[in-house]
Design a protein around this ligand. Structure first.
Ligand code: ZN
Length: 396
């Protein structure tokens, strides 16, 4: 089906191009032959559009409309529209055509260069975008900041975290100036990325440096505290790890499920069973979630027996029904039943497990992207911290 908005825009662009071209021809008194050629190009462009041959229509537009200060904005707008429609190659052609004109005034050349860099980013040609943007940062005071913002985007997608941090600092003037509320959490994430790389290569000294830097930018960074807790545990300091991890529920209770496994391991490492029970109970009182409920139920099963754990879970399920809780509840009853009842419970448990597996565990509050893994940067809309665990009967 023809996209009518695009169709009319392109038609208007060609018509404007033709009229402006005609006007500029008249000004220069270039004779009737050239006017006729323009009219022919316009008619051909229109014909291509009507036959949905957009590539050819754009070629005709480029041919027919001389690039000048009067027509520059029309060319630029057409290229941008093509990029927004996802027609990256065609957008690149329109913007490259502008850049190929040495007669274009310098500010207009730089505007075209910025749009071309945006085309390259949209098309995934990051190295080309990077080169164009670096030139603009050096040579254009008007476009410096917007080019730096795009460079941060490019370095983020290239996973060049050090360069991304440097670009954010350039954007804010000097190195240790306080960042804006918009940029501070992003800069903290870049430091956390470096910390994760350092932890992976067992360079714990660098990891601590990057975590400190992250907390310097954003002292409420959940991710930095999670990494700090992990680092303390890896350095055989479980008590310190517990202290750090316990900050996270106060910073953002949405991330409680992310701390549980490590927190329980640390409590076990210091052999503080009652401390763990008390802490889990307080978490469940203040910020109820299925992950903590299941951890508490497991503790009761270990310390007492299945029946006590099932009684506890049954009471909790009546207050806060959930699929995961129900699956766990059935699990606790299977061993004590026999024959047909046991078969039925097993079948029910399989169905619930399938239902849970078919539902996403995480969802982005910005774009709705969902999956079964926590992403600090949404892979779909590229927002930081917008992917959280799903709440409600099917989730936490
Ligand atoms: Zn998203």
């Amino acid at each position: 089906m023809v996209d009518l908005t695009f169709f009319f825009f392109l038609l208007a662009a060609i018509a404007i191009g033709w009229l402006l071209g005609r006007k500029s021809v008249k000004k220069k008194v270039r004779g009737n032959d050239q006017q006729r050629a323009l009219a022919r190009s316009y008619a051909q462009g229109l014909n291509y559009l009507l036959n949905e041959r957009h590539d050819d229509a754009i070629d005709k537009f480029i041919d027919a409309l001389e690039v000048s200060s009067e027509t520059f904005d029309t060319h630029l707008a057409l290229g941008n529209l093509l990029r927004k429609r996802g027609e990256h190659d065609q957008a690149i052609r329109v913007h490259q055509n502008l850049l190929a004109r040495p007669s274009l005034a310098r500010p207009n050349q730089q505007k075209a260069q910025l749009e071309l860099a945006r085309d390259y980013i949209a098309a995934g040609w990051l190295d080309r975008a990077e080169r164009l943007l670096q030139e603009l940062v050096e040579n254009s005071s008007d476009l410096r900041n917007v080019s730096l913002e795009h460079l941060v985007e490019v370095y983020r997608d290239e996973r060049e975290w050090g360069k991304a941090i440097h670009a954010v600092n350039l954007l804010h003037g000097r190195r240790f100036k306080r960042l804006s509320a918009e940029w501070a959490p992003i800069q903290a994430h870049f430091c956390c990325e470096l910390a994760e790389e350092a932890i992976s290569s067992k360079d714990y000294l660098s990891a601590r440096k990057h975590i400190d830097a992250a907390l310097g930018y954003d002292r409420n960074s959940v991710r930095a505290n999670l990494l700090w807790g992990r680092l303390e545990y890896l350095l055989s300091r479980p008590r310190e790890a517990i202290k750090v991890l316990q900050r996270i529920p106060r910073q953002n209770p949405d991330y409680i499920p992310e701390i549980l496994e490590l927190l329980i391991t640390c409590y076990e490492a210091i052999d503080d069973e009652s401390g763990l029970d008390r802490y889990l109970e307080s978490l469940q009182r203040e910020h109820p979630s299925n992950s903590v409920l299941i951890a508490l139920t497991d503790r009761i099963e270990q310390q007492q027996n299945e029946a006590a754990a099932a009684a506890f879970m049954g009471k909790q399920l009546a207050l806060r029904p959930s699929l995961r809780g129900l699956g766990h509840f059935i699990d606790l009853h299977i061993d004590s039943t026999q024959g047909r009842a046991r078969e039925n419970l097993s079948l029910l448990k399989t169905l619930i497990d399938q239902l849970i597996a078919s539902r996403p565990h995480y969802r982005c509050s910005n774009c709705g992207f969902s999956g079964n893994q926590l992403h600090w940067l949404c892979p779909s809309c590229k927002h930081w911290d917008s992917v959280r665990s799903v709440k409600g009967v099917e989730g936490e």
